[in-house]
Design a binder for this molecule. Structure first.
Ligand code: PEP
Length: 254
């Protein structure tokens, strides 16, 4: 944890959630009480079909919402795409950019991720830029180099503490129940902070929230959230259970 930074716990619902599942968001809002609010920010990133209603349901709760992806384009003949301005118009505050499922399944390069993060910033959304190595890359001792390269390619120029969140999500830890050791997370997050310093300046980098993501659950959240330079979590599966998401938020709030 970086004590001067208010942590953020963001839930990535992925392609899960129908209207009835907004009950999960309502339950999270109920549990986001006066002891949590000053100590941890929360965000829920539902599928874009639910963004407007989720945001409306969360009014007054101080829980933010976010998109899971956005187009690089502002508008026009791009069937099926959703622009950052549309997400903002639906009430979003954040937008995930470069989740490994987008990089892998949709062939998004770091240049695409950067364009999406820039589009998000232009629409006054805060991009949550995801980076992370594969299992083979970690085993080959290339994890730090891979993540540094992704950062150099994906982070918008001139980003600052209020306009950027970075999520370190080892690909092999997403949805697998596997997590890196606390020491490995510490080493990676220190390297990310340093690389960001080179990219956007040391002062700005010092305030950027660095989330850890990949199989975070109530049973491992305290250990992971107590690692230096971990300023919160990006949570997939466990964000679909209000009780688990709140337990992670409590672990993060300290
Ligand atoms: C994610 O999809 O961003 C993620 C971290 O998933 P999970 O928590 O399920 O590993």
């Amino acid at each position: 944890m970086t004590r001067s930074i208010k942590p953020l716990v963001a839930g990535n619902w992925k392609m899960n959630g129908l209207k009835a599942d907004l009950a999960i968001a309502a339950e999270v809002a109920k549990g986001y009480d006066a002891t949590l609010k000053p100590n941890v920010d929360l965000a829920i990133c539902p599928p874009s079909s639910l963004l407007f209603t989720a945001t409306a349901a969360l009014i007054g709760s101080r829980i933010a919402t976010g998109g899971q992806d956005c187009s690089t384009q502002a508008s026009g003949a791009f069937t099926g795409e959703v622009s950052a301005a549309m997400l903002a118009d639906a009430g979003a505050n954040f937008c995930i950019a470069g989740h490994s499922e987008r990089r892998t399944l949709h062939g998004e390069t770091s240049a695409t991720v950067k364009a999406k993060a820039e589009a998000a910033q232009k629409a006054l959304l805060v991009p949550i830029v995801c980076v992370g190595e594969t299992k083979d890359e970690r085993e080959a001792g290339k994890a730090l180099a891979v993540v540094r390269k992704q950062l150099r390619g994906s982070v918008p120029e001139g980003a600052g503490a209020a306009t950027l969140v970075v999520a370190y999500e080892p690909v092999w830890a997403i949805g697998t129940g596997l997590t890196p050791t606390a020491a490995d997370v510490a080493e990676m997050h220190e390297a990310i902070r340093a690389e960001l310093g080179r990219l956007v300046g040391k002062q700005a980098a010092a305030g950027v929230r660095l989330l850890y993501g990949g199989s975070v659950k109530p049973s491992n959240a305290a250990e992971l959230m107590n690692v230096a330079n971990v300023d919160g979590a990006l949570v997939g599966g466990a964000s679909l259970k209000a009780e688990d998401f709140l337990a992670i938020a409590r672990a993060c709030a300290g």
